[in-house]
Design a binder for this molecule. Structure first.
Ligand code: ZN
Length: 214
C-alpha cells in the first residue's frame, strides 16, 4: 500500500522525542490553542498555563519542541510559527471546523485535523498545478463529499534540509487529477515521491494525527 512510503511522521518524531510530562503538556496546550484560535500561545500564556518559574523556562521548552521538530519556534520573534499540523501563517490548505478557519502545513496535515480533533471538518485547498478548488468534507472519520472526482495527493521523498515544515511539507499537495500531478512532475525532473489516492491520503492523515491528543 502506498502509505507505507510515509516514514518520517510527526507521530514517530513524538515517540522518538521521549518528552517529559511537562513538555508533553506544553505540546498538547499548543495544539489545543491552535485548534481554538488559529495561532500558538504566547510565552507568558505558556508560562502561566504550565506554571513555569520564568519566561526563559517557557522559551527553553519551545526550543526543545522545535529541536525535535514537533513545532516551528521562531526564537527571535518569540513566537510559534507552526505546530504540526497547524500553521500560524495562512496556507493554501484551509480547514473549517466549528465556523473557524484553520491553516494546515500541507495536504496530509489538513486531512489529519478532523481525526486529531475528533470533529467534522471541511478541507478547502487547490490543485497545485491548475489552482482548481479542492474540497474534502470529513465527518465521523469518513469522507462525506469531495471534489474534483479524480483528486490525488503527492507525498515527496525529498527532505533536503531542516525541519519538515520548510522542506518536505511545502511539496505535499493536492492535484485535481493524476494528469495534473503528472504535468507538474514533468516540470521538476527527478522529483521522487508517491502519488496517493484520496482514500490513502485520508488514511495517512488519520494514521499520523489521530493519537496526538489522546
Ligand atoms: Zn488541476
Amino acid at each position: 500500500m502506498a502509505i507505507t512510503a510515509i516514514v518520517d511522521t510527526v507521530a514517530r518524531r513524538l515517540t522518538r522525542a521521549k518528552l517529559s510530562e511537562v513538555e508533553d503538556r506544553a505540546r498538547r496546550y499548543i495544539l489545543r490553542h491552535f485548534a481554538d484560535t488559529g495561532r500558538g500561545p504566547r510565552i507568558p500564556e505558556i508560562q502561566r498555563h504550565l506554571q513555569l518559574a520564568s519566561r526563559e523556562d517557557a522559551s527553553a521548552m519551545l526550543t526543545k519542541l522545535h529541536a525535535v521538530d514537533l513545532i516551528v519556534y521562531d526564537a527571535a520573534k518569540a513566537s510559534i510559527a507552526a505546530a504540526y499540523p497547524f500553521s500560524a501563517k495562512p496556507t493554501s490548505h484551509r480547514v473549517e471546523i466549528h465556523n473557524r478557519t484553520l491553516h494546515a502545513l500541507c495536504a496530509i496535515d489538513a486531512l489529519g485535523i478532523p481525526f486529531m480533533l475528533d470533529t467534522p471538518a471541511q478541507i478547502r485547498s487547490e490543485c497545485f498545478w491548475c489552482h482548481a478548488a479542492v474540497e474534502v468534507d470529513v465527518a465521523d472519520g469518513e469522507i462525506r463529499a469531495h471534489r474534483p472526482a479524480g483528486l490525488v495527493a503527492w507525498y515527496p521523498e525529498k527532505d533536503s534540509c531542516g525541519c519538515v515544515a520548510t522542506s518536505r511539507c511545502v511539496l505535499i499537495n493536492f492535484f485535481c487529477t493524476a494528469d495534473h500531478l503528472a504535468a507538474w512532475r514533468d516540470t521538476g525532473p527527478g522529483e521522487q515521491g508517491t502519488a496517493l489516492s484520496l482514500d490513502d491520503a485520508v488514511e495517512a492523515g488519520r494514521m499520523i494525527f489521530e493519537n496526538l491528543l489522546r
